[in-house]
Write a protein that binds this ligand. Sequence first.
Ligand code: ASP
Length: 620
Amino acid sequence: MPINTHFRSHRVGSLRTEHVGKSVKLAGWVHRRRDLGGLIFIDLRDRSGRVQLSFGPDFTPAEVFERARRLGNEWVIVVEGDVAARPAANINTDLATGEIEVHVRNLTILNESQPPAIPVAVSMADELPAEELRLRYRYLDLRRDDLQRALELRHNAQQIVREHLSQEGFLEIETPMLTRRTPEGARDYLVPSRVHPGEFYALPQSPQIYKQLLMVAGYDRYFQIARCLRDEDLRADRQPEFTQIDAEMSFVSEEDVFAIGEGMIAALWRGIAGVELQTPFPRLTYREAMDRYATDKPDLRFGLEVQDLTELLQRADFRVFQDAKESGARIRGIVVPAGGALSRKELDQLADVAKSGGAGGALWVRRTDDGLNGTFAKALDAGLLEAFYNATGLRVGDLFVGVVGQFRTTLKVGAQSVQTVDAALDYLRRHLADRLNLRDAAAHHWSWITEFPMFDWDADHGRLVAAHHPFTMPHLDDVPKVIEATQHGPPDSTAALQLYAAGLRSRAYDAVYNGNEMASGSIRIHDQQLQRHIFRALGMTEAEAESKFGFLLEAFRFGAPPHGGFAFGFDRLAMLLAGMTSLRDVIAFPKTTAARALFEGAPAPVDANELKDLHIKTLS
Ligand code: ASP
């Protein structure tokens, strides 16, 4: 690739022994300087890497040497010189250009630099300045080699996605940024209209509705590397604006969508990580995932599968187990091979882990040479003990940890609340896997989780909300139940709660990688009558549905094909492929966890006149 310009003949990182004897012109930043009196060494840096410049009496004119004395870190320079082999003793095997150096004949200073406000010549492995400072001086932070590699990787990943999907017959089509409310369930960022007083655009939470309209319009296969904006409560691993690989296709079932997603992910892993993934990825229904792993994003790098021991343990004379009979709670737990080696303190900590997941505590027993000991060991008589060993496969040295409560797939909604304790078991599994080193960093376990519930329960408002989004097709077997419950308009709160507890399935799915949710999608509703029933189930009156989504319902009257799609979180894909631990390390200009842009300073107040033009008054 020709990179020679007016200022340079090569990029510095490309120089090798084959260039020895060549005269070169190089431009870049002073990365580091060593002044040995009669000799000066400069590491010159550009995007491609670094090379050692050497200034010495044998090849550098005196006035050039004097100029080199003045150089400081991050000054921008151009040099001309000759590539020379380094003496064997000076070869630097850590540097790609470490076998050569450049003997400088001429030097031009293009720009000076103040001492950098944050150090540039450090890597992720070193101690970095506080993140606030890094983001404030992002243009300096971005000069660091590891961030440059991360953004290069991100670029390469985008190219692979574009090429792969184009080959699969997808068209990349841009959709508007100034739009109206989209249905992903977060708050919208709003943009006031100057020309239409009192009216607002919304920035898209995703291109969901547009991509469905493109299917109605006959485009058949669409994708976009799309920016999405959601005004949500922030968490460490969330950004208010983020990037999705968004795709939609017509005349498809789940398997067709999965094949496209798998092909794309396999291409990414092949192209970026050099790893050949096994396809097809395993598929688990939501129910299976919850029953076996207590989570909808199971980390399949380790087992520790959940067992339901309700019927067996309720035969024991143990208060907590007996109480469960009344409440319909279940008793579930995991066998942790060799977990008996955990210290007493670590065993006691398990209760806190379980509590953070919503359970009252954790129950544990361990099998030793002397039999069983632990919280409920004494409650098992000889017969029950035998049955417990048989059911769990618990061996000497193993630990069993359990929790008692309602689980999402066996929820009994009655007088009691809809509090579930799946998360407690999930946290325990992850905690113990980390403690026992069961997560292999080099393993790549992808899966599809299918048949997600249709609805979640919004306890604050006593109503159903879409578990994915309202355009998701219900599981065919469950369609009649939805229609029946919504025949005469939105269900009342009790009927809605029954629908929730019934766990109606949808045709929504997620892609999960090593315990991370990487993508969501669904087969969509393309029948406007069914879509109306879903809007009703979500508590919308006919008029509300018309006013919010009338244009979509109308489009469905004009020949909408069956369709479905997905969106992969691109930032997270890039982060994991780059081996980074923060999304901010693969985003050029990220926001802080408080949704602030520190470099340019946003959000920021605007002056009163501007607000007036926008017909806006602020309250604070
Ligand atoms: N729009 C959805 C989301 O952002 C993805 C999809 O259903 O395709 O989660």
